[in-house]
Design a protein around this ligand. Structure first.
Ligand SMILES: [Zn+2]
Length: 155
């Protein structure tokens, strides 16, 4: 199947999700030309602000493939991934991300994707949400424990 076909499926999921009361976002994950998983935006249904279509697709694909990383897979999404989903795609080690609509289309629909991208380009001192470090004495202890744990599963 062509990339346009997978994108069409993602857009179809996104549009159907609106009729089902969800946000207008859909995604599919494909490996070697075969569908692995689909995802829809479930933010309002699940009361989960991280349940974006790309994230739900990544979670479903990992469950299907019984893994925590998706190298060899491609994510097709109805809209340009927001910073959350782009980061999730990086953590998932996806090979490629392909999207249909862009951040400007999302902004027109009332979604913050573009605003968040612009926020990351500004100093945190200008953010309305404070992000602060309080470097406690034991702050590095979890990493010491991690490095000392010989049976750790690296990811
Ligand atoms: Zn997102």
């Amino acid at each position: 199947m062509s990339e346009e076909t997978w994108l069409a499926r993602a857009v179809e999921l996104a549009t159907a999700n609106v009729a089902d009361g969800g946000g207008p976002f859909g995604a599919v994950i494909v490996r070697d030309g075969v569908l692995v998983a689909e995802g829809r935006n479930h933010v309002t249904r699940d009361l989960d602000p991280t349940a974006h279509a790309e994230v739900t697709a990544i979670r479903a694909a990992c469950t299907t493939l019984a893994t925590f990383e998706l190298s060899g897979c491609v994510l097709y999404t109805s809209c340009e991934p927001c910073p959350l989903c782009l980061s999730a795609s990086l953590w998932a080690r996806l090979d490629r991300v392909v999207y249909a609509a862009d951040r400007d289309d999302a902004a027109r629909g009332g979604f913050d994707d573009r605003a968040f991208y612009e926020l990351f380009d500004r100093p945190r001192s200008e953010w309305s949400m404070t992000v602060a470090q309080v470097a406690t004495a034991d702050a590095a202890a979890p990493f010491d424990a991690w490095l000392a744990h010989e049976d750790r599963t690296a990811y």
